[in-house]
Each structure stands twice: as structure tokens, then as C-alpha cells.
Design a protein around this ligand. Structure first.
Ligand SMILES: [Zn+2]
Length: 310
């Protein structure tokens, strides 16, 4: 059971003491094997306890390599670079990792990169001297004169699927690579999707968390009210759970227009990823980053071929 000073700490943020004590005592009353399989660990300040969650997998696949709290407050500078700063940074777009379920339709299969392929692709990046970067690094390089490591690349996953935690995260952590996970905030905790606790663990493991709207709507055709909801409320929801603003965005199906860009600016997004094929990223179009889609059939050779493109 926790000691008294730790309980005092827990009371400060939200007065959830009774719930915490209940869950903590419940967890300690369970046999050890049951605790391991049916609970997950919550850490609040220096106070940790176990909460029941039969749907959740064990967390933290390996030691954290990046700082636990890597959030940094950023804003577009008043004057943007002239001429525009252009960088060659391949950004990879993944969706599912692991095996598609039996009977999966062609779209689902196409969106799924096997753990073996993903591991081989990440291993190749490491051995060939590529350096996966964070969104903050890319933003600073475009707008603040920040430097980048040699052969920079950026790894992204769309939609916030559960297998991003169970399959992709252990591989990324193994190679010490950061990646960005674009979350559909309205689907968090749903069947097949990440939970907020898993998203927080991923951030602690050095991953960037971005928004992918509330409901995955085509932003180029929604009403003004829906546009505001999809952009603004997803940022608010994710930001409230992570405890800091969300700057990174990704368009459902890559669709956007001038009206979307306007609202994105109002909501504080700094970088947004499209599905436009290419690797040239520009300070003139930070809300229209180009990406390379990685498919089920891409494999290691296809991945190497993409890296050879200019
Ligand atoms: Zn999507």
C-alpha cells in the first residue's frame, strides 16, 4: 500500500483519492498472476497503482530511451522564411501493424504491414544510417533554423489502431526510433483502437501524438460546424488527456482545402500530413506535408526503393 506522502501528492491534482485507494486495495487483494494479466499500471506523480482493465495488454515493452516528458511549447514565428525553407525528409505513412485478421477485406490487408516487414524496414533504416526524427525537430528545422541529423526520415501511423501499441511500439522502441501516431479522438478506447492509457505510455516512450480528427470525416466536404468540431475538439480532447497542446495533424484520406487550412491555423496546429507522394517538405506548406504510403506489399525491397527516390 502507498505511504502517506504519496497519498498527499495524489490528492493535489484532482481529488481522486477515494477511487485510487479503492483500486489500489482491490489490486493488492488480487493474486499476483491476476494482477499481471487483468490490470494496468497508472502512475500519478510518484504514486503508482494498478487498475482493473481486462481489455488492456501489459504496458511498456522495453526501457524508455527518450525523455519521459518531451513536449516543448512551439508557435509559428511572426515571419516565415523567405525564400521558403525546403527540406528533403521522407515521411512514411503506416496504418496497421501485425497480421490482418482471417477473412480481412483487401483494404484492411493493404493497410497492414506485418511485424516482420516492419522490423526489417526499421532495421534497414538503422543499418543504413537513417535517423527518424520527431515532429518538433521537423518544425524547428523548417521555421527556427534547427538542424537535423543526417539522412532524416519521419515515421507516422494513422488511425490509432490497437496494434500500433502491441505490434509497432515494441519494434520502434527496440531501435530507439520516435514515430508519430495520429489519433481519431472519438474512437479512442473502442474495439480495435488504442486506449488513452496506451497513448500516454506511447508518448512516454518517446512517440509523438497527433490528431486525426474526432470521427475521421472528409474535411473537404463537411459543414463549417463539423469542421470546427473535427479539428478543434479532437485537439482539445487529446490535449486534455496528454496535458499539453496538440500541434500535429493528419487529414483523413489526405483531403483538405483552403477552408480547412484556415480552421487548422485557428486551432493551433503547426504541421499536418497529407497523402501526397513525395519527400520535399516546405516552410510554405507546413500543413501539407508529403508522405510515402507503406503497404502490405511494400516489403523491405519496396521500402528501400522509396528511400532511393529524390
Ligand atoms: Zn485515417
Amino acid at each position: 500500500m502507498p505511504q502517506l506522502p504519496m497519498i498527499t501528492n495524489l490528492m493535489r491534482p484532482g481529488g481522486k483519492l477515494m477511487l485510487a485507494l479503492l483500486l489500489a486495495s482491490l489490486a493488492t487483494a488480487l493474486p499476483r498472476s491476476q494482477v499481471q494479466h487483468n490490470t494496468y499500471k497508472i502512475t500519478t506523480g510518484n504514486f503508482a497503482f494498478f487498475a482493473l482493465n481486462p481489455n488492456l495488454l501489459p504496458v511498456s515493452p522495453s526501457p524508455v530511451k527518450t525523455p519521459a516528458n518531451h513536449f516543448e511549447a512551439l508557435a509559428l514565428p511572426k515571419t516565415t522564411p523567405h525564400p521558403a525553407k525546403t527540406l528533403s525528409v521522407p515521411i512514411f505513412m503506416f496504418h496497421h501493424a501485425g497480421n490482418a485478421p482471417p477473412g480481412a477485406d483487401p483494404v484492411r490487408r493493404d493497410l497492414t504491414v506485418s511485424a516482420a516487414d516492419l522490423d526489417a524496414q526499421m532495421k534497414y533504416l538503422k543499418s543504413a544510417g537513417y535517423h527518424p526524427i520527431t515532429q518538433t525537430q521537423l518544425f524547428k528545422a523548417l521555421f527556427m533554423g534547427g538542424g537535423l541529423p543526417s539522412k532524416p526520415v519521419l515515421i507516422t501511423f494513422d488511425d490509432g489502431y490497437l496494434d500500433n501499441f502491441s505490434q509497432a511500439l515494441p519494434i520502434l522502441v527496440k531501435y530507439g526510433f520516435p514515430a508519430t501516431f495520429y489519433i481519431i479522438s472519438g474512437r479512442v478506447g473502442g474495439r480495435g483502437y488504442l486506449s488513452w492509457e496506451q497513448i500516454k505510455v506511447m508518448e512516454k516512450d518517446g512517440m509523438d501524438i497527433g490528431s486525426h480528427t474526432v470521427n475521421h470525416q472528409d474535411l473537404s466536404i463537411v459543414s463549417a460546424a463539423d469542421l470546427k468540431h473535427e479539428l478543434g475538439d479532437s485537439a482539445k480532447d487529446i490535449g486534455a488527456h496528454l496535458g499539453h497542446p496538440v500541434y500535429w495533424f493528419c487529414y483523413p484520406s489526405g483531403r483538405f482545402n483552403a477552408r480547412v487550412l484556415q480552421v487548422e491555423n485557428e486551432d493551433g496546429y503547426l504541421l499536418a500530413a497529407t497523402e501526397k507522394w513525395g519527400r520535399k517538405q516546405s516552410s510554405d506548406a507546413p500543413l501539407a506535408l508529403s508522405r510515402y504510403r507503406i503497404r502490405n506489399t511494400t516489403g523491405l525491397e519496396g521500402f528501400k526503393n522509396i528511400l532511393q527516390l529524390s
